[in-house]
Write a protein that binds this ligand. Structure first.
Ligand SMILES: [Zn+2]
Length: 291
């Protein structure tokens, strides 16, 4: 597991891209934006199409009537609309993260160009999140015996309330360590405390001994984000560097995803958000000595 893979895999396909019909969050088109930006680099990143999550996968953590109502457009997604393209994309965004988790178990490190998970609870969508891909992946890994314990390190700016609610509804608190920074850290004055907390994950993860780490590398944690506002660009690189280094040094497989990021330009493009996500890729590649 500690061997270095020849390249970093990132699970992505155009089926993960949608049009929510609402401009409040750019996460519907973000997978494509990041994939295109990665394609302009010379980095050893391989884009791999994911298998979609099945109805059974989604219903393992969500109320079946909620899942079916969203997929059949009788109920709004986390974007607050009933866009057919969003509904079609959801099994692929969740599947992307599960595929990344499985690949990480084999390769040590893997990415998923997905967002929109951690506010989704057992019975409902909220805050641009419809189905909780973190928990869809976790529950399937636990149910199939691919993992006995999983650590979720959620560094999106916001509190992973949906993840916590699902953990409690399924009584998985002993099998899943849930570190959600959005519960505690909100302001730039807390940046040093935030990074100290990141460093403390080494002993916490060493004691918990998960089979896998799922890392939400949210870009809305950036100090300039209109829905966030906490870490500078260099502090975010440090955050990522600590996470990847701790996982590698403890020989813990790690899969990460994009999560939030809302610095949208007047024309609807998101170059600042994309660059923050690229920085995360760069830090991962450096820690894994692929650059
Ligand atoms: Zn967020």
């Amino acid at each position: 597991m500690t061997r270095t893979p020849a390249r970093l895999q990132a699970f992505y396909s155009t089926e993960m891209v949608s049009d929510s019909g609402r401009g409040a969050s750019p996460s519907d088109h973000k997978p494509r934006d990041v994939a295109e930006a990665l394609g302009l680099t010379s980095w050893p990143v391989e884009l791999v199409p994911p298998q979609p999550s099945t109805l059974d996968d989604l219903c393992r953590v969500h109320d079946p009537s909620f899942v079916v109502d969203v997929l059949e457009l009788r109920r709004a997604s986390g974007f607050g609309t009933t866009s057919p393209s969003v509904a079609r994309s959801l099994p692929y965004t969740c599947g992307s993260f599960y595929c990344a988790a499985v690949s990480a178990l084999r390769e040590g490190i893997c990415a998923s160009l997905s967002s929109g998970f951690h506010h989704a609870g057992p019975k409902g969508a909220r805050g641009f999140c419809t189905f909780n891909g973190l928990m869809v992946a976790t529950a399937r890994l636990l149910a199939t015996g691919q993992a006995r314990k999983v650590a979720i390190v959620d560094c999106d700016y916001h509190y992973g309330d949906g993840t916590q609610a699902i953990l409690e509804s399924l009584s998985l608190q002993e099998q899943v360590l849930h570190e959600t920074f959005g519960l505690t850290y909100k302001r730039p004055e807390q940046a040093e405390g935030y990074l100290s907390h990141m460093r403390s994950l080494r002993s916490k993860l060493a004691a918990f001994k998960p089979d896998l780490v799922l890392y939400q590398a949210g870009a809305d944690t950036h100090v300039d984000d209109p829905l966030g506002g906490l870490l500078t660009t260099e502090q975010m690189r440090e955050r990522d560097r600590i996470m990847f280094s701790v996982a590698r040094e403890l020989s813990l497989p790690l899969a990460w995803n994009l999560a939030g990021g809302y610095q949208v330009e007047p024309d609807g493009t998101i170059p600042k958000v994309v660059q923050l996500h690229l920085n995360t890729f760069e830090e991962a590649l450096k820690v894994w000595q692929l650059l």
